[in-house]
Design a protein around this ligand. Structure first.
Ligand SMILES: Cc1cc2nc3c(=O)[nH]c(=O)nc-3n(C[C@H](O)[C@H](O)[C@H](O)COP(=O)(O)O)c2cc1C
Length: 210
């Protein structure tokens, strides 16, 4: 190897080392900012399902990630966010999957206060038909607000159905498959809360891979 080639090789290696260091340093500085922004966004997104709940600290910090079988609706990962007030349980927020939608699974967010009353339900993800099943979205109709303040006893078990099926919940015009799936998913979440109230608030948070 001639001295010229060796010199160029050393120069290229030095440039590569400087670039690698710069990328690593940028990541080091921005990663915590990105994580904090993501967390703030998540907290804001979850709040609508936590109407009227007073709590302190972050709800996203102490989450439980449950893999099936877990007893919650849907046969996939469920996430539970817990909220505390004065160190005592205030409410829990469940991200679960309602099965039996017209076009597939429907990911729902169900907030339940410590007394077992629903603080809000929101639709996280679905593939229902625009103009039909998508009326479950809060931005499309008020349908989802029928769950506000409801609980296992309100209505009693037989009432947790659409009015066409003899229950208490309004249907969506021309689309009864979608709301049936959501009502079932919400009620199953209430049943899980009722059966596991103690553990939900005392189980240690799931540690995630770094
Ligand atoms: C193209 C197409 C899309 C549909 N999308 C939905 C939907 O998103 N949600 C739903 O509940 N029903 C949807 N339906 C209607 C259902 O097939 C069903 O007729 C409707 O839910 C009413 O059910 P019911 O007869 O029990 O009242 C769709 C039907 C068609 C033809």
């Amino acid at each position: 190897m001639t001295p010229g080639v060796a010199k160029r090789g050393i120069t290229l290696a030095a440039i590569a080392a400087i670039c690698t260091t710069l990328v690593a340093a940028t990541y080091h500085v921005t990663a915590p900012l990105i994580a904090a922004n993501e967390q703030a966004w998540l907290e804001r997104s979850l709040k609508p399902a936590f109407a009227g709940v007073d709590y302190e600290g972050s709800i996203t910090a102490a989450k439980l990630i449950l893999e099936p079988p877990h007893g919650l609706p849907g046969n996939d990962t469920a996430i539970i966010y817990r909220a505390y007030s004065g160190g005592s349980p205030a409410a829990a927020l469940f991200a679960v999957t309602a099965r039996g939608g017209y076009a597939g699974p429907i990911r729902i967010l169900v907030g339940i206060d410590v007394a077992g009353a629903i603080t809000g339900v929101r639709i996280l993800e679905h593939r229902e038909t625009p103009g039909l099943g998508d009326g479950i979205e809060e931005s499309r109709s008020d349908w989802i607000h029928q769950f506000d303040r409801r609980s296992l006893g309100d209505p009693p078990a037989a009432g947790w159905q659409l009015q066409v099926d003899g229950g208490e919940f309004d249907q969506l015009t021309g689309a009864s498959v979608t709301p049936r799936a959501v009502i079932k998913g919400v009620r199953e979440t209430l049943l899980y809360f009722d059966a596991n109230r103690e553990e939900i608030f005392t189980m240690p948070a799931t540690s995630e891979a770094p």
